[in-house]
Design a protein around this ligand. Structure first.
Ligand code: FAD
Length: 626
C-alpha cells in the first residue's frame, strides 16, 4: 500500500470504512489524485457489526455500486461464505442478494483493491481540522500538524464523531470497540452549525463457536445456485458454510425484562434514536411483548475464525446479564462470550444541509457520506461514498456533477430521501422506498447505471467491454423475439393458454406469460435459443416487467422533468408573491435543488410549487432578454 508522498491532492477522503473506501476508489477511478486518510491501515474495510452484506434493498445498492465499477460487490464475492437470494419466491423486482462474509477475507479484498487502484494514496493519521481558503474547505490538518491541501474533502467518519460506547451503566468514549473516537474533528464540525443530532446503534455479544451445541440448532445452508453480487463474478471462490438458527424463549425474555433498568438504552443513559428496523433484544421484548420467541441466526464470522455472530440479540445490558440470557437459548446453554454486546451513540448531521451532489451547502468543498448523514448499514454507506467520491472528483476536475435520479436507481432514491426529507431515525434502504421499483431491479442494475458510469468516467475498460458485449447480446435477443409475431391460434396449438382475442403477440410478449417458459418460446424463435443462459434469463425478466414499465412511463417522465428544473442556490424566496411566510422560511432554510425536491417539503401545495415555477420562468425570460 502506498503511503503519503504528495501533500496536494484533488480529493482527500477521511475514513477507511465502507463509505470512505468506495469514495476514495471512485474519485481515483475518475482520474482525480486522491488521498484516503484513515486512523489505521489495518482498519480499512472493517465490518463494525454483522458479517453480512446485501439483503432486501441493500442488495440492490450493492449491485448498483458494482454497475459503477465500485469495490464492494467484488470484495463481497471474494469473501462470501454463504449466498442466499432473499424473497426468491417473489418477483425479481423485490429479490435481494445477500451473503455471509468472512470478515478477514473482506478486509483483505478491499485493501487489495485500494492498493491496486491508480491515483490513490493511503495516509494513516487522524484528521483533526479542515483548512479553509476563501470560504472553501481546501484541505485537512492531521494530528501532529501535517497539512494536506486539496480541492475537495469527503468526510466519512462513521460512528466515530463523539462516539460513546455503552454497556449497562458503564460508558466510555470509542468509535467502535477497540477504536478511539474522533473528538477533535467533531468539535470543529460542531462550530459549523450544520444541524447536529445524536443517533445510536447496537451490536450483539460475540460467541465462541466451539462452545455452541450445534446438534441442538437447525442448520441453514446457502443457495445451491449462488447469486453473486458483481456482474463480473463467475462463481464463489471459497468454501461455503451453513448458518445455525435458534430461538429465544420465555425464560430469555424474563431475564431481559427483569433487567431492563440496567440496559443503557432503557436506563436513560442514551439520548440518541436507534434503528427501528434493527431493534435490540430489549426493544423486541418491550415492543413485541406478546411474542414468546424471537429467531436468532448463528452466523460464522470466518472460515478460520471460531467467532459466531448471533444475529437478532443486539444489546446494551451489563455483561453478566448478557451471559445469563444468552445461556437460556437452545444450543447456547454452555456458550462462552468472547466480547460483550454494546450500544454506541454518535453525532450525525442533518443531510438536508447537503446538495444532491453530497456537498455541505454551508461549507463548499466539503462532502459528507455514510453514517455521518444519519444512515445505518454498510451498503447505504458505500453507495453514498461512491456518489460523494464521484462528485468531489468531478468538481476537482471541472466536470459536470454526477446526478442520480430516483426514477432509475436506489442510490438516487436514497440521496433524494436524505437531502429532501432528512432523517428522524437511522435510515436504511428498503425496496418499498422506491416508487419505481419494478424497473429498478437488482438484476438490471448494470443496464440502468453502467452507461452513466461510462459517461462520467468511473468505469474501467474490463467492465466497459463486458457491458458492451452483454448490452449488444440483449438487444439482439430482444430483436429476435420482437421479429416473431404469433396469432392466438399458433400459441394455443403449442399447448399454451391463450384467449382467442384475435390479437397477434410477439415472442417477447409471450415470454411474459406466467405459464410460458424459455423453452416454449425457443420453439417459436430458434434464434433466441442460440443465446447464453444469462442473456435468456435476463430477457425473460425484462419481458415480465415490460408491460408495467409502459404504465409507469408517464410518472417517470413527470418526475424526471421536475428533477430537471433546477432552482438557483441564491433564489430569493421572499420575492415570490403569494407564498406564505411559513413556506418562504422553509424554502429558504432547505434550499431545494430542483422543483421535485421543492414539492417534497412539508406543507408545499401544488399552488406553491406553481408560484415557484412561474417565478423561475420569469427570471429565465428576464435573463434571456438581457
Ligand atoms: P465506518 O465503517 O464506521 O468507518 C469510519 C471510518 O472513519 C473508520 O475507518 C475510522 O477509522 C475513520 N475515521 C473516523 N474518524 C477519523 C478521523 N478523524 N481521521 C481519520 N479517520 C477517521 N449497521 C446495520 O446496518 N445494522 C446494525 O445493526 C448495525 N449495528 C452497528 C453496531 C455498532 C456497534 C457499530 C459500530 C455499527 C453498526 N452498524 C450497523 C453500522 C455499520 O457499521 C455502519 O453503517 C457502517 O460501517 C458505516 O460506514 P461508514 O463508512 O459511514 O463508517
Amino acid at each position: 500500500m502506498r503511503l503519503f508522498h504528495v501533500k496536494h491532492y484533488d480529493v482527500v477522503v477521511i475514513g477507511g470504512g465502507h463509505a470512505g473506501t468506495e469514495a476514495a476508489a471512485a474519485s481515483a477511478r475518475m482520474g482525480a489524485k486522491t488521498a484516503l486518510v484513515t486512523l489505521s491501515q489495518a482498519g480499512i474495510g472493517v465490518m463494525s457489526c454483522n458479517p453480512a452484506i446485501g439483503g432486501l434493498g441493500k442488495g440492490h445498492l450493492v449491485r448498483e455500486i458494482d454497475a459503477l465499477d465500485g469495490v464492494m460487490a467484488q470484495a463481497a464475492d471474494r469473501a462470501g461464505i454463504q449466498f442466499r437470494l432473499l424473497n426468491r419466491k417473489k418477483g425479481p423486482a423485490v429479490q435481494g442478494p445477500r451473503a455471509q462474509i468472512d470478515r478477514k477475507l473482506y478486509r483483505q479484498a478491499i485493501q487489495a483493491a485500494l492498493s491496486a487502484q491508480q491515483n490513490l494514496d493511503i495516509v494513516v493519521g487522524e484528521a483533526i481540522d479542515f483548512l479553509r481558503i476563501n470560504g472553501r474547505v481546501a484541505g485537512v490538518t492531521l494530528e501532529g500538524g501535517a497539512e494536506i491541501r486539496c480541492h475537495a474533502v469527503v468526510l466519512t467518519a462513521g460512528t466515530f464523531l463523539n462516539g460513546l460506547i455503552h454497556i449497562g451503566d458503564s460508558r466510555k468514549p470509542g468509535g467502535r470497540t477497540g477504536d478511539a473516537p474522533s473528538l477533535r474533528l467533531a468539535a470543529r464540525l460542531a462550530e459549523l452549525d450544520l444541524g447536529r443530532g445524536r443517533l445510536k446503534t447496537g451490536t450483539p455479544p460475540r460467541l465462541n463457536g466451539t462452545t455452541i451445541d450445534w446438534a441442538r440448532v437447525e442448520m441453514q445452508p446457502g443457495d445451491s445456485d449462488p447469486t453473486l453480487f458483481s456482474f463480473l463474478s463467475a462463481g464463489t471462490l471459497v468454501r461455503q458454510v451453513s448458518c445455525g438458527i435458534t430461538h429465544t424463549n420465555p425464560l430469555t425474555h424474563e431475564i431481559v425484562r427483569n433487567n431492563l433498568n440496567k440496559s443503557a438504552m432503557y436506563g436513560g443513559h442514551i439520548e440518541g434514536v436507534g434503528p427501528r428496523y434493527c431493534p435490540s433484544i430489549e426493544d423486541k421484548i418491550v415492543r413485541f411483548s406478546e411474542k414468546s420467541e424471537h429467531q436468532v441466526f448463528l452466523e460464522p464470522e470466518g472460515l478460520d475464525d471460531t467467532t459466531v455472530y448471533p444475529n437478532g440479540i443486539s444489546t446494551s445490558l451489563p455483561a453478566e446479564v448478557q451471559i445469563a440470557y444468552v445461556r437460556t437459548i437452545r444450543g447456547l446453554e454452555n456458550v462462552g462470550i468472547l466480547q460483550p454486546g454494546y450500544a454506541i451513540e454518535y453525532d450525525f448531521f442533518d443531510p438536508r444541509g447537503l446538495s444532491p451532489a453530497m456537498e455541505v451547502r454551508a461549507a463548499p468543498g466539503l462532502y459528507f457520506a455514510g453514517q455521518i448523514n444519519g444512515t445505518t448499514g454498510y451498503e447505504e454507506a458505500a453507495a453514498q461514498g461512491l456518489a460523494a467520491g464521484l462528485n468531489a472528483a468531478a468538481a476537482a476536475l471541472g466536470k459536470e456533477p454526477v446526478h442520480f435520479s430516483r426514477t432509475s436507481s436506489y442510490i438516487g432514491v436514497m440521496l433524494d430521501d436524505l437531502t429532501s426529507r432528512g432523517v428522524t431515525e437511522p435510515y436504511r434502504m428498503f425496496t418499498s422506498r422506491a416508487e419505481f421499483r419494478l424497473s429498478m431491479r437488482a438484476d438490471n442494475a448494470d443496464q440502468r447505471l453502467t452507461p452513466l458510469g461510462i459517461a462520467a468516467g468511473c468505469v474501467g475498460e474490463r467492465r466497459r467491454v463486458a457491458f458492451d458485449q452483454k448490452a449488444s447480446a440483449l438487444a439482439s435477443a430482444r430483436e429476435a423475439l420482437d421479429s416473431v409475431m404469433l396469432t392466438p391460434h399458433q400459441i394455443m396449438a403449442a399447448g399454451l393458454k391463450q384467449s382467442q382475442d384475435g390479437v397477434r403477440r410477439s415472442a417477447f410478449q409471450l415470454l411474459a406469460f406466467p405459464d410460458v417458459d424459455i423453452a416454449a418460446v425457443e420453439a417459436f424463435c430458434p434464434a433466441f435459443a442460440a443465446f447464453g443462459g444469462d442473456i435468456k434469463d435476463q430477457t425473460a425478466k425484462d419481458a415480465l416487467y415490460a408491460q408495467y414499465l409502459g404504465r409507469q412511463s408517464a410518472d417517470v417522465a413527470a418526475l424526471q422533468r421536475d428533477e430537471g428544473i433546477r432552482i438557483p442556490a441564491d433564489i430569493d424566496y421572499c420575492a415570490i408573491a403569494g407564498l406564505s411566510t411559513e413556506l418562504r422560511q422553509k424554502l429558504s432554510r432547505h434550499r431545494p435543488a430542483d422543483i421535485a425536491k421543492a414539492g417534497k417539503i412539508e406543507g408545499m401545495t401544488p399552488t406553491a410549487v406553481s408560484l415557484v415555477l412561474a417565478f423561475l420562468r420569469r427570471a429565465d425570460r428576464r435573463s434571456a432578454a438581457k
